[in-house]
Design a protein around this ligand. Structure first.
Ligand code: ADP
Length: 709
């Protein structure tokens, strides 16, 4: 069909172009010589003037008159003036002849006319120049008059006759031209008429053909519209129906003619009337733009059907002059959507009851991540609201920085191998602080290259904390076990040595008594008593140590300067006896929450050691309170401690010099009490002979907070 139309169009176009082309061609090629009196006019077939030509110049009258005047002049000046005038006329003649020749088209006619005129004119000029003027200048008037009357008169006649002949010839040629041109014009008109006829015929054929095609198409369209399940309505400006396609009957039960003239809004459910009239109003305001609305339309049986209306205002289109409304029955789709919504709601309600969060999570190839579905718990689990997660999932926002890399790696590994994602990590949520999460999800690869997981998130903070506590407890238990073993060994070993002494000297004493040698008895008894005292001291210290953290005063805010003051007071006697100066550098301040008596013991022990091992010099106490810690240092310039013994001296019964006084329990007690208070104790010494500093670092107590409480 399209090929035939194209051919017809091509043919019509060709005929049109040929008509125009032929007309233009002949207009330019045909030309006519018309004779109008003594003038030539060259015009084309469309009467456009091409040239306006004078006949060849006639010099006869002027020259003849001039010859007479110069002959009759009695005064030589008059004569010379006439001769000058003659000279100008002659020059003018040749000029005119050249111009005339220039304005004529080339051709034998022009040459013939020009030559005829020129030859006869030259004969006149020759006679005047060579005979008349010389005779006049000589004063020979008789000869002049004879030349004038006998020679010039016939020459003028011959010149005029020559020009007339030329003109006559031109007229004849022009007539012949005219006839030929008339014939050509006639032929052209006939050809043009024929072509115009052909053009009109092909145009009419095309118009007819187009009309038939249009009609056929209109019929096809109508058939399509009438048989379509989608109804089409044409509405006027007030939304009253001008036309309804047959589908409306199937959809709403009305015959199309029953609805003609009825306003479409009369059929719309009252709840949807606002939306429908809104769409129609918008369509009225914006021609050619489609506006879509879904509304319930009343069926003839008074039930309602959901319909999708797409309204396009084509009132300004002269061939439509209506608002075109496409109406589609979407009742089934709406019902399906409602069922889907109900199922979604059910799913949401059920999943919202599950502790933790259930989720569907997707990662697209372009990097976009989101939760297509998530139960309400997602907000509590990850700090991402489900509705926010549907757009984009910035789940990493609240993941603990220390676990972020591990989570990402687990997700990537699960996506790559399509294995179950199982990861435990911390989140730092603004309203919950640090919490532990466990996520388990099964991945699937989607056709578009995305990976989608279905899984759950649970709060495992309690389990994790319990695990940490368990771990700490186990470690603590192991440490204590080891300590106990060491303790048992040390205690049994150290308690044994005074017993061995007692047993040995008791045996010796017994033998001495048996043989009656009592000379060494006093010394033996003294040794036995000393060993028993030592054993007693050891047992006392052990008892004291075992009580740390179990038996003691309540934990109260303890002002450190007071505790130190009491310890210094207790040590002042032995210090004075040993010639040691106890010095406090600056003011040692700060408050510690603790057992006052035990803290006095700590400083007393360290100060006593300073006195014992300080070499009789100075023992200096200094303190710093910084960053919530109270750090006290007790320094001496005595025997010092080798680096390898820095840890050892805090062990039970550890003495670097067995002969030195003391049980070796003091520093073990100090360590235990300090650690019981959440602090640390260590020794700093550059080695033997450089003195040592015992540093006690305790957590400070905020008295301000205390007061507030
Ligand atoms: P002791 O009752 O023997 O003093 P401690 O537990 O108090 O027991 O000290 C353990 C050991 O640490 C001491 O025997 C001593 O060898 C060493 N020591 C303690 N304080 C100092 C000090 N200020 N200078 C050098 N050595 C010290």
């Amino acid at each position: 069909m399209a090929t035939t139309e194209a051919r017809l169009l091509f043919l019509t176009g060709f005929v049109f172009v040929a008509t125009i082309g032929y007309g233009t061609y002949t207009a330019h090629t045909l030309s006519v010589v018309k004779v109008n009196g003594p003038y030539y006019q060259r015009i084309d077939a469309n009467n456009r003037l091409l040239a306006d030509v004078m006949p060849p110049p006639l010099c006869a009258i002027e020259v003849y008159l001039c010859a007479h005047l110069m002959t009759r002049a009695t005064v030589p000046d008059d004569r010379e003036r006439q001769i000058d005038q003659y000279g100008r006329l002659k020059a003018n003649y040749f000029e005119s002849l050249e111009h005339w020749k220039g304005t004529l088209e080339d051709g034998p006619l022009k040459v013939q006319v020009a030559e005829t005129s020129r030859e006869s004119a030259l004969a006149i000029f020759d006679a005047v120049d060579q005979k008349l003027i010389p005779a006049l200048r000589r004063g020979d008037r008789a000869t002049a008059i004879r030349v004038l009357e006998i020679e010039l008169d016939p020459l003028f006649a011959a010149h005029r006759a020559a020009v007339d002949r030329a003109v006559a010839l031109a007229i004849d040629t022009a007539h012949a031209d005219e006839t030929e041109v008339a014939h050509l014009v006639d032929t052209r008109q006939r050809v043009q008429l024929g072509l115009t006829g052909a053009f009109l015929a092909s145009t009419t054929a095309l118009a007819l053909w187009v009309a038939v095609a249009v009609r056929r198409r209109a019929t096809q369209f109508r058939a399509m519209i009438e048989n379509s399940s989608e109804a089409v309505a044409l509405l006027d400006r007030s939304a009253a129906a001008l036309y309804h396609s047959a589908a409306v009957e199937h959809m709403l039960g009305y015959r199309p003619d029953e609805l003609r003239g009825r306003r479409v809004l009369d059929l719309v459910h009252p709840d949807d009337a606002g939306a429908a009239s809104g769409a129609l109003g918008a369509a009225l305001r914006s021609p050619r733009q489609a506006f879509r609305v879904e509304a319930r339309l009343r069926h003839r049986d008074d039930t309602y059907r959901w319909a999708e209306l797409v309204c396009t205002n084509q009132l300004d289109d002269p061939s439509v002059r209506a608002i075109v409304a496409n109406v589609r029955d979407v009742t089934a789709r709406r019902a399906a959507e409602a069922r889907l919504r109900e199922r979604d709601e059910l799913l949401q309600k059920l999943t919202d009851q599950v502790p933790g969060a259930l989720y569907q999570y997707r990662e697209c190839p372009d990097g976009h991540r989101y939760f297509p579905f998530a139960s309400v718990g997602l907000r509590a689990m990850l700090g991402v609201a489900p509705e926010e997660g549907r757009e984009s999932a910035d789940w990493g926002r609240y993941v603990h920085p220390g676990d972020h890399g591990a989570v990402r790696a687990a997700v990537e590994q699960s996506a790559a191998a399509l294995t179950t994602l199982h990861v435990e990590y911390r989140v730092v949520l603004p309203d919950q602080g640090v919490r532990w999460r466990e996520s388990r999800a099964v991945p699937e690869a989607l056709p578009d290259g995305s990976t989608q997981w279905h899984g759950y998130l649970t709060d495992v903070t309690e389990r994790k904390e319990w695990e940490v506590r368990q771990g700490n407890l186990v470690r603590e238990l192991e440490r204590r076990n080891a300590e106990m073993e060491q303790f048992t060994y040390t205690v049994s070993h150290d308690l044994k040595s005074p017993l061995v002494t007692i047993k040995g000297f008791a045996g010796v004493l017994g033998q001495s008594l048996a043989v009656g040698e009592l000379g060494g008895a006093v010394g033996d008894l003294l040794r036995i008593t000393t060993a028993a005292d030592r054993m007693m001291a050891l047992l006392d210290d052990l008892l004291d140590l075992s009580r740390v953290g179990r038996v003691g005063g309540p934990l109260v805010p303890v002002v450190l300067s007071e505790v130190l003051g009491e310890a210094l007071e207790r040590v002042s006697g032995p210090a004075r006896a040993a010639g040691v100066l106890l010095r406090v550098s600056g003011s040692v301040c700060g408050v510690v929450l603790g057992d006052r008596g035990r803290l006095v013991e700590v400083f007393q022990n360290v100060l006593e050691n300073g006195v014992k091992y300080g070499g009789g010099g100075v023992v200096e106490v200094s303190g710093v309170v910084a960053s919530g810690r109270v750090v006290v240092s007790v320094r001496d310039w005595g025997i010092g401690i080798e680096p390898r013994h820095r840890e050892r001296i805090f062990g039970l019964f550890e003495k670097l010099d067995p002969k030195s006084p003391g049980t070796g329990v003091g520093l073990a007690l100090v360590k235990k009490v300090v650690e019981f208070h959440g602090g640390r104790v260590w020794v700093e010494s550059a080695g033997p002979g450089t003195g040592s500093a015992f540093v006690i670092d305790l957590p400070g107590h905020d008295t301000h907070t205390e007061q507030q409480h």
